[in-house]
Design a protein around this ligand. Structure first.
Ligand SMILES: [Zn+2]
Length: 255
């Protein structure tokens, strides 16, 4: 009897029953980039495989790529844009746990609160313009022009691996390493071009920038690429403070 039930369950939910259009919807200038994807319903064994993977890898984006290739028909998730990655992770979460999910959030005083998030209320930003492979940002103080690339999952993975091998483990270093990964070259105001391959060298150059230039670089990064934000409103049960915060998809998904 048990074997019969097991057989029945094993055969169930293995087909790609959902089909979705990705938020980028053909706007990214990469010919082989998918416009849609199909997904099956994730099972307990997928969650387990994901958590095991998460404990083995260097960067969490590797685990995202792993679960996407496991439950969807996207076989090369490394080429995905962050907005599409987040959209897929959100669909995995919804079909596994439902639309109303519980998560633990920490406030700025270190208090923990359990909150409920309604995933059906999340707005998926629409991308209207073409997403270029490369673009340029001009730094106002130094006059340096920075050529940058649109980051995809594999770029985040390589930046994450690089960061993990550094001595510095703070969030700012991580942010600057990720920013450095997106840089292709620098052109000085005199027109001299510096194409730099080494990620650490690019990171060192960022360290030498003046604050206004640094801000221009960060703000100029992928202006055409919105992110999926999860707005959360709650009152802390310890201190009574009312909070309006935004979570990223990776804070609650895929499991
Ligand atoms: Zn509090």
């Amino acid at each position: 009897m048990t074997n019969e039930l097991l057989k029945e369950l094993k055969e169930k939910n293995n087909d790609f029953i959902y089909e979705f259009t990705l938020p980028s919807n053909g706007k990214f200038e990469v010919p082989e980039y998918p416009k849609t994807f199909r997904m099956r319903i994730p099972k307990v064994k997928d969650e387990k495989a994901y958590l095991i993977k998460l404990s083995q890898i260097e960067d969490f984006n590797e685990a995202f790529a792993f679960i996407i290739s496991r439950v969807t028909d996207i076989k090369n998730p490394e080429i995905l844009l962050p907005i599409d990655r987040d959209f897929i992770l959100l669909q995995i979460k919804k079909s596994y746990d439902g639309e109303k999910i519980k998560t633990i959030i920490q406030d700025d005083k270190g208090h923990y609160n359990e909150i409920t998030v309604d995933l059906s209320k999340i707005e998926i930003p629409k991308i209207k313009k073409k997403i270029p492979l490369e673009y340029e940002v001009e730094l106002p103080v130094s006059g340096i022009k920075v050529k940058m690339k649109t980051m995809v999952l594999k770029d985040y993975i390589s930046a994450g691996r690089f960061f993990n091998n550094l001595q510095e483990k703070d969030v700012l270093t991580r942010a600057y390493i990720t920013l450095a990964e997106s840089i292709l070259s620098f052109t000085t105001s005199e027109g001299k071009v510096y194409e730099i391959d080494n990620l650490y060298d690019k990171y060192l150059i960022i360290q030498e920038l003046q604050g206004v230039d640094k801000r221009a670089l960060i703000e100029g990064k992928e202006p055409f690429l919105p992110l999926i934000k999860i707005p959360v409103e709650y009152t802390c049960r310890v201190c009574g403070t009312h909070y309006n915060v935004e979570l990223g998809v990776a804070d609650v998904a895929p499991f």
